[in-house]
Design a protein around this ligand. Structure first.
Ligand SMILES: Nc1ncnc2c1ncn2[C@@H]1O[C@H](COP(=O)(O)OP(=O)(O)OP(=O)(O)O)[C@@H](O)[C@H]1O
Ligand SMILES: Nc1nc2c(c(=O)[nH]1)N[C@H]1C(S)=C(S)[C@@H](COP(=O)(O)O)O[C@H]1N2
Length: 161
């Protein structure tokens, strides 16, 4: 079982003006890797608020935090900066893979500034805001996530596959 935290960064979602479909898509998709959403928050696109929640969820021992939204170019898109301010190491291959695969679907893929990194034993990954963006990006990285979590937990001694 992978303990998952979901953070939806959306001013509209936070104000209750839109149902959070993207968070639901994440919840559904992580089931494929035996992931269970233990923490779930819809937050405004505020750097300090997102940062605080990333710290809170990683301190609780969540294995994998998936954020959705706030990765683009508008002034209120702050999710990558919040993530960068709390991680100790970057995992660049994750956003590299997402953008590489997504560029085949839309040139707008290059406009996601998503990052991924590690805080303690928690892997944090940014996904775009739209349900379509979540589906297309998460499906690319999903097969690698169980192994990432095993390694972070210290359960893998030999990575020889
Ligand atoms: N959490 C979500 N649930 C459902 N649809 C979403 C969600 N986030 C974004 N979308 C949809 O994806 C489209 C592009 O997302 P974008 O990040 O630009 O959201 P936004 O609505 O402009 O910003 P915000 O939600 O932060 O106010 C939006 O038009 C919206 O319909
Ligand atoms: N695979 C995929 N990647 C995608 C998209 C998409 O529809 N599919 N949307 C793009 C768009 S339109 C934007 S603006 C950026 C950032 O989205 P965000 O600001 O909602 O996080 O993600 C991009 N990445």
């Amino acid at each position: 079982m992978i303990r998952v935290g979901v953070i939806t960064a959306s001013d509209r979602g936070y104000r209750g003006e839109r149902e959070d479909i993207s968070g639901k898509v994440i919840e559904e998709m992580v089931r494929e890797i035996n992931g269970f959403v233990e923490e779930y928050k819809v937050l405004p696109d505020d750097l300090e608020v997102i940062k605080k929640e990333l710290i809170n969820m990683s301190d609780k021992g969540i294995d994998l935090i998936l954020t959705t939204g706030g990765t683009g170019l508008s002034p209120r898109d702050n999710t990558p900066e919040a993530t960068l301010s709390v991680v100790e190491k970057l995992v660049p291959g994750i956003p590299e893979a997402m953008r590489m695969a997504s560029l085949v679907k839309t040139p707008h893929a290059m406009l996601s500034r998503a990052v991924a990194g590690i805080r303690g034993k928690t892997l944090i990954v940014n996904l775009p805001g739209s349900p379509k963006g979540v589906r297309e990006n998460l499906s690319v990285i999903l097969p690698a996530l169980p192994h990432a979590v095993e390694v972070l937990r210290g359960e893998v001694k030999d990575c020889g596959k």
